[in-house]
Design a protein around this ligand. Structure first.
Ligand code: GCU
Length: 341
C-alpha cells in the first residue's frame, strides 16, 4: 500500500502530544508520548470501544510508550459526518465510522451499504477481510483524502423501530425514519415505503421523543444502549442492512510514525477487529434482553421477502460501473460460500 511520506513537522500539530509531567526523571518516550484520539459515537460498554482501549494498551507496550490512544465515546468529539472531515484534515487521528458516511469520499463504497447485500456475517467477513477484494477501494481515499481505512468491523443487522408494528412496506407509509447521512440510505427507506430523515446519531433520541421522526433503524445494541427502546417501543426485524463500521486513521498521522512503530501499530489491527467482532454477537443478545425487560416488543413476523423485493431497484441502479460490479460479484461469491443460517 502506497502512503505519501509527509514531514513529521506537519504532523506535530495534528496529533495530541502528551508531555509527561512526572518529576522522577521520565524516559524519552514518556516525555514525548503521542496519544491518538479515537472518536466514537457509542458508549463505553460497546465492544468496539473496549477493543480500542485494549489496542491502546498493546500499542503502548509495543512502542515502548511512544504511542497510545484515548477513546472518546458518546460522540464527544462530534458527529461522524463532521469528524470524518477532521480525520481527513489530520486534526483528529482515528474514528469509528458507519459505512454509509464513506460514500461522501468515494461512492463506490455503496456496494457494502446496499440493503440485503450480505447473506451472513461470515460472508461479510469473507469480503471485508480479504485484501484482494477491498484493497483498492480502501486505498482510493489515501492520496486524495488522507484517510487510511485500517479495518472494517461487523456491526450487526439493522432493523426498523417505531411505535408501530411494521410487517410490510405498506406499514411504513407516512413514517419518517432516521437514517445515516448518505444517498443510499435515503433511497433505501423511500423504497421500503417510508420517508427518510438523515441526521447525526446523537440527535436521534430527542427527535424520536419529540416526534420529529417516527422511527429509526439500527441494531439491537444501539436500540438499547442509548434508550431508543424507551421512545420507539416496537423493534421490527426487517433485517434490511448488515452495515460494517470502519476504523479510519489520518494517513498523515500514520506516515509520521517511524517505520518500526507503524509496523507495530498495523500488526495490532487484526487483533482489534477480532476482539470487536467477537464481543458484538454477545452484546446483541444482552441488549435485546435489556430492552425486553423494559417492555419493548421484538416483532419477528416481518415479511422480509416483501422488503427485499421493494429495495431491489436500488441494487440494480447502484451497481453501475466495473469497480462496483467486481465488488458486488465478490459479495455474491461469498454469499454462496456462506449462506444465511
Ligand atoms: C451504529 C454504527 C455507528 C453508526 C450508528 C448510526 O451504531 O455502529 O457507526 O454511526 O449506528 O446509526 O449512526
Amino acid at each position: 500500500m502506497h502512503r505519501k511520506k509527509l514531514a513529521a513537522a506537519i504532523i506535530a500539530g495534528a496529533a495530541a502530544i502528551t508531555l509527561a509531567a512526572c518529576s522522577g526523571g521520565p524516559g524519552e518516550a514518556e516525555q514525548n508520548k503521542t496519544t491518538f484520539r479515537v472518536a466514537f459515537n457509542q458508549t463505553e460498554q460497546h465492544p468496539h470501544y473496549k477493543a480500542a482501549v485494549e489496542f491502546g494498551k498493546k500499542l503502548e507496550k509495543a512502542t515502548d510508550g511512544r504511542y497510545g490512544v484515548e477513546v472518546f465515546a458518546n460522540e464527544t468529539l462530534g458527529g461522524q459526518s463532521e469528524v470524518v472531515q477532521q480525520v481527513s484534515d489530520g486534526t483528529v487521528e482515528m474514528l469509528y465510522v458507519g459505512a454509509p458516511i464513506m460514500e461522501t469520499f468515494n461512492q463506490d463504497f455503496i456496494v457494502f451499504n446496499l440493503p440485503y447485500v450480505f447473506d451472513s456475517q461470515e460472508a461479510q467477513a469473507a469480503v471485508l477481510y480479504d485484501e484482494e477484494i477491498i484493497g483498492e477501494l480502501w486505498s482510493s481515499i489515501e492520496e486524495s483524502k488522507h484517510i487510511t481505512v485500517l479495518t472494517a468491523l461487523h456491526s450487526g443487522t439493522r432493523n426498523v423501530y417505531a411505535n408501530k408494528v411494521i410487517n410490510t412496506p405498506a406499514d411504513m407509509a407516512g413514517l419518517k425514519i432516521r437514517v445515516q447521512q448518505s444517498d443510499s440510505q435515503v433511497a433505501m427507506i423511500g423504497l421500503m415505503g417510508g420517508s427518510a430523515s438523515p441526521m447525526n446519531f446523537g440527535e436521534v433520541y430527542t427527535a424520536l421523543q419529540s416526534r420529529v421522526i417516527d422511527g429509526a433503524e439500527n441494531n439491537e445494541t444501539v436500540y438499547n444502549a442509548v434508550k431508543h427502546d424507551e421512545v420507539a417501543r416496537v423493534y421490527n426485524y426487517t433485517k434490511h442492512l448488515m452495515l460494517p463500521d470502519y476504523l479510519l486513521m489520518s494517513t498523515r498521522a500514520l506516515d509520521a510514525m517511524s517505520e518500526a512503530d507503524r509496523a507495530a501499530f498495523l500488526d495490532l489491527i487484526p487483533e482489534l477487529a477480532e476482539e470487536a467482532d467477537k464481543g458484538f454477537v454477545e452484546f446483541v443478545a444482552e441488549s435485546r434482553a435489556r430492552s425486553e425487560a423494559i417492555g419493548a416488543t421484538f416483532n419477528e413476523d416481518v415479511d422480509v421477502a416483501a422488503f427485499k423485493a421493494a429495495v431491489e431497484p436500488l441494487t440494480k441502479q447502484s451497481i453501475n460501473n466495473p469497480v462496483r460490479q467486481k465488488l458486488y460479484d465478490a459479495v455474491q461469491k461469498a454469499n454462496a460460500t456462506h449462506p444465511a443460517k
